[in-house]
Design a protein around this ligand. Structure first.
Ligand SMILES: Cc1cc2nc3c(=O)[nH]c(=O)nc-3n(C[C@H](O)[C@H](O)[C@H](O)COP(=O)(O)O)c2cc1C
Length: 148
């Protein structure tokens, strides 16, 4: 089965508390697990960047909900398309938010390092993951030493 992938950026509504964010992540994790949707959501300086991968109709239907979600605004689609294989195979929704320490990443640098190592190996095999990679480099303010 062909996999569809999509990456977008948006801005968080100032009123979203860390508890609300945590609830959002919890329900997203469960929904994505059930729908076999993988990906990553980054929240950095009130900006979201999210990549999602899965069955075409499931990705389209999820994005149509995300687009109109009033917990964020200025949703901008950066790239989308069919891909040969998932880049985030066992990531149902990894995330990092500076105000919440989760089990996987206790500091932003840890996540940054992990993601950059991960993305510079064999995992950037399609244009959607590439767009995600360049966007997180931009929001983390990292100069690209070895362009993919
Ligand atoms: C930045 C952002 C990212 C989101 N990511 C997901 C996600 O990965 N999976 C998900 O199910 N919902 C996600 N949501 C929530 C959806 O917009 C929507 O509320 C959710 O899918 C519940 O839909 P339902 O009312 O049909 O149950 C996200 C919302 C925001 C603001």
């Amino acid at each position: 089965m062909k996999i569809y992938s999509l990456v977008y950026e948006s801005k968080m509504k100032g009123s979203l508390s860390s508890i609300e964010f945590q609830q959002l992540m919890h329900s997203s994790y469960i929904n994505n697990y059930i729908s076999d949707i993988t990906g990553v959501l980054i929240l950095h300086k009130n900006k979201f960047v999210q990549i999602i991968e899965g069955e075409y109709s499931k990705i389209k239907s999820l994005f149509s909900k995300i687009e109109v979600d009033d917990r964020h605004y200025a949703v901008k689609l950066l790239a989308e398309g069919f891909i040969e294989k998932r880049s985030f195979d066992d990531w149902f929704m990894a995330y990092y938010n500076p105000s919440i320490r989760n089990k996987t990443f206790t500091t932003e640098n840890e996540l940054k390092k992990y993601l950059l190592d991960f993305l510079s190996k064999d995992n950037v095999t399609n244009k959607v993951t590439k767009a995600f990679y360049y966007k997180i480099m931009e929001i983390f303010g990292i100069q690209d030493q070895n362009p993919i």
